[in-house]
Ligand binder design. Sequence first.
Ligand SMILES: Nc1ncnc2c1ncn2[C@@H]1O[C@H](COP(=O)(O)OP(=O)(O)OP(=O)(O)O)[C@@H](O)[C@H]1O
Ligand SMILES: [Mg+2]
Length: 179
Amino acid sequence: MKDLSYHILDIVQNSLNAGAQRVEIDLWEETPTGRLTLKINDNGRGMDADMLKRITDPFFTTSVKKKVGLGLPLLKQNAELTGGSCSVESESGQGTRVTAIFNRNHIDMIPTGDLAITLKTLIASSHERDFLFTCRRDEEGFEVNTAEIRSQLEGVSLASREVLDYISTFIRDNLKSMT
Ligand SMILES: Nc1ncnc2c1ncn2[C@@H]1O[C@H](COP(=O)(O)OP(=O)(O)OP(=O)(O)O)[C@@H](O)[C@H]1O
Ligand SMILES: [Mg+2]
């Protein structure tokens, strides 16, 4: 079964495939209600209204390599199984925003998975693009902003092992201190 970090990888991959230069990933948990909101916002090529209508159809894909596109339908299904929802807003030439809402306390809630590895993988594979990862639980939270990190590196590559390890350790430590 898919976990949340796998979905994040999948949805952000859509953004990268759509030519996004900047992807914002926002994960927000409200513990009193168990509500977990995932928002992925990109500045890629977006979709027109017609395409947007078909996007949660599992047989719709613009990929030439395969016949089914399952990324969004599976996210929607997993969100809805917890009593949540998933919506996609997009404008051609502007970008796309995917919002998935889960109920963390529901028995069918998928596991979180390894967010630190997921983010590290995304940054390593597309280090010339910008990622803004924000993670919040009630009043606590932290963010990773690769544009900001890059500007402080003074020539060292964002994709170097040391920097990637630093980022994943930072995420792991912050997640741990939030639990
Ligand atoms: N962020 C996005 N920006 C622009 N187009 C998108 C975006 N996300 C999805 N799409 C369009 O919607 C289609 C369906 O996306 P979906 O993730 O469900 O399947 P896929 O990416 O084609 O295949 P899979 O995720 O199974 O590898 C994509 O082929 C793409 O044309
Ligand atoms: Mg996809």
